[in-house]
Write a protein of this length. Structure first.
Length: 298
């Protein structure tokens, strides 16, 4: 009789606890909705960049003489330009170069800056002094101005603009990785590894480098938006990609002269840049909250 009563009490308590637990599990924070929407937008733009022929209704080089500078309509959702090209198709095809500039410049800049900062912080001494003085000099120059100078010296082109944007981001990555490396190499587990006879290379490869990558990953994610803006700015100034299918920055440059008579030519490429940068920054903030141990504890 007592066992039956105890079992009934447990079942009764679980009956009340389970719906409350399910309610908590189903509750989604408003911030999570922004992260999901940002991720979906990035995925959609990535699909446009990888398979533009699936999304675009027209060829980006198709000039329709009977549809020059038409406003947004069912046939042309984003309108047409002064050559009769469909703006929506141009935006879809232009996503490839814009994403390529953003991701490749962050990859190149992150690797170069991370290597410089890690070497400087781990080796120390004269190497640290020389490398950081060079980085300090580069940090006195605004990133967009440094990228503009490099792009102007190298000339227009997709590879050149990637290198220019990457070079402008190297000092920031180097500073972050240097500070993180100095912090990690003074931790007790690194001192213990050194005490048991581990070589400097083994300590660096097994302990220092893996524990230093989280800030670099977060900074790289947040830097994609800046790289896309910088690349679009260079293209806007005529230092970007010279090809028949322009990227978003070049579309802005081509449509600025028609802003008063055909606002849609540069409005929609600018909106695409804004939404992509916003989405990348939202995902970067979410990733920073997940990887930062201090924020987790808070």
């Amino acid at each position: 009789m007592r066992q039956s009563t105890a079992a009934e009490a447990i079942l009764e308590r679980r009956k009340w606890e389970l719906p409350a637990y399910r309610g908590r599990a189903r509750r989604i924070k408003p911030a999570d909705l922004f992260v999901y929407a940002a991720g979906a937008l990035i995925l959609l733009i990535a699909i446009c960049a990888a398979f533009p022929q699936w999304i675009a209704p027209y060829s980006p080089t198709n000039m329709m003489m009977d549809a020059i500078m038409q406003g947004p309509s069912a046939a042309h959702p984003f309108g047409t330009d002064y050559y009769g090209r469909d703006i929506f198709s141009l935006v879809v095809y232009g996503a490839r170069d814009s994403l390529y500039i953003g991701f490749m410049s962050v990859l190149v800049g992150g690797l170069a800056g991370g290597a410089i900062g890690t070497s400087s912080g781990y080796i120390g001494g004269a190497v640290d002094a020389v490398l950081m003085r060079v980085v300090d000099v580069l940090m006195t120059i605004p990133g967009i101005l440094l990228a503009l100078a490099i792009a102007a010296a190298m000339g227009p082109g997709l590879g050149n603009i990637v290198l220019a944007v990457a070079a402008a981001s190297v000092p920031g990555y180097a500073r972050v990785m240097r500070g993180q490396t100095i912090s990690i190499k003074s931790r007790p587990f690194v001192t213990a590894s050194r005490a048991i006879g581990a070589t400097p290379f083994a300590i660096f490869w097994k302990h220092v480098l893996p524990n230093s990558l989280s800030p670099l990953l977060v900074m790289a994610t947040l830097g994609i938006g800046t790289a896309i803006l910088t690349g679009s700015g260079l293209s806007f100034l005529g230092l970007g990609v010279l090809k028949e299918i322009p990227d978003w920055g070049a579309l802005l440059s081509q449509g600025r002269g028609y802003l008063t008579v055909a606002w849609w030519i540069c409005t929609y490429p600018g909106l695409a840049i804004t939404l992509l940068v916003l989405a990348v920054n939202i995902v970067g903030d979410w990733l920073r909250d997940r990887l930062d141990p201090k924020r987790k504890e808070a």
